[in-house]
Design a protein around this ligand. Structure first.
Ligand SMILES: Nc1ncnc2c1ncn2[C@@H]1O[C@H](COP(=O)(O)OP(=O)(O)O)[C@@H](O)[C@H]1O
Ligand SMILES: Cc1cn([C@H]2C[C@H](O)[C@@H](COP(=O)(O)OP(=O)(O)O)O2)c(=O)[nH]c1=O
Length: 218
């Protein structure tokens, strides 16, 4: 008889990070990944829109071509469909934890909040595309839009979305707040206006709290 491998892998998780552009979520991904690996998870790190060759092509169009709000919503959900079918679901089925930079909360915040697009249509698309799949945990890096704009200006050239007004980002932020209020057990707000190390401390604490509460440690 083959020996049974003495490895206890924790239950795979689907974890997402969210926030307005410049909130600092990408800066926290490496530390989150390390913490998950230290807890026994094998991690697939990915992003939206993107994460597959097709979805990365859609991302390039999305970030640079002018389009209306419905087209935006259809493109991000088309990208999401391919990403779920070819990366996220297979990874979870193989026992890997998926750490994803943005997911559907971004659609409700940007297209729903920012563009004021019909939330009922987004809910219909979500149901069609996701087949019930939702993140287990979402860390929402929340930052004042004026401060986020200053951080972005110091860091990079603005893409199509990042050229939007402060009013737009106020609505995106309000969209995230509404999502967090509707799903308080899933979405955890992290105060992103602090120094990088303090944001990291709070994000890791929220992750550890979740892992302990769900028994998701190795
Ligand atoms: N807590 C922080 N304090 C100051 N600057 C930060 C902080 N977090 C990130 N930054 C900087 O702000 C810019 C945007 O951060 P980034 O992680 O790319 O944000 P996002 O992925 O949310 O758009 C980068 O130049 C980054 O170094
Ligand atoms: C996933 C998603 C992203 N977006 C937007 C948010 C961002 O402005 C942009 C790309 O996100 P992001 O990868 O965070 O950009 P960057 O690498 O420049 O930090 O796409 C939507 O509008 N709807 C969505 O559903």
């Amino acid at each position: 008889m083959d020996p049974i491998p003495n490895i206890r892998r924790p239950r795979p998780l689907f974890i997402t990070v969210e926030g307005i552009d410049g909130a600092g979520k990408s800066s926290q991904l490496a530390a989150l990944r390390q913490a998950l690996e230290a807890a026994g998870h094998t991690v697939v790190a990915t992003r939206e829109p993107g994460g597959t060759p097709l979805a990365e092509s859609l991302r390039a169009l999305f970030l640079h071509q002018p389009m209306d709000a419905l087209t935006e919503a259809l493109l991000v959900f088309a990208a999401r469909r391919d990403h779920l079918a070819t990366v996220i679901e297979p990874a979870l089925a193989q026992g890997h934890t998926v750490l994803c930079d943005r997911f559907t909360d971004a659609t409700f915040a940007y297209q729903g909040g920012g563009r004021r697009f019909d939330l009922a249509v987004l809910q219909t698309l979500e149901a069609w595309v996701q087949n019930g799949r939702q993140p287990d945990l979402t860390l929402w890096f929340d930052l004042d839009p004026a401060l986020a704009a200053r951080r972005r200006q110091a860091a990079r050239e603005a893409d199509r979305l990042e050229q939007e007004t402060l009013d737009f980002f106020d609505r995106v932020r309000a969209g995230y707040l509404a999502r967090a209020q509707a799903a308080p057990g899933r979405i955890v707000r992290v105060e992103a206006g602090q120094a990088l190390a303090d944001v990291q401390r709070d994000a890791l604490a929220a992750l550890q709290h979740y892992l302990q509460a769900r028994g998701a440690l190795a």
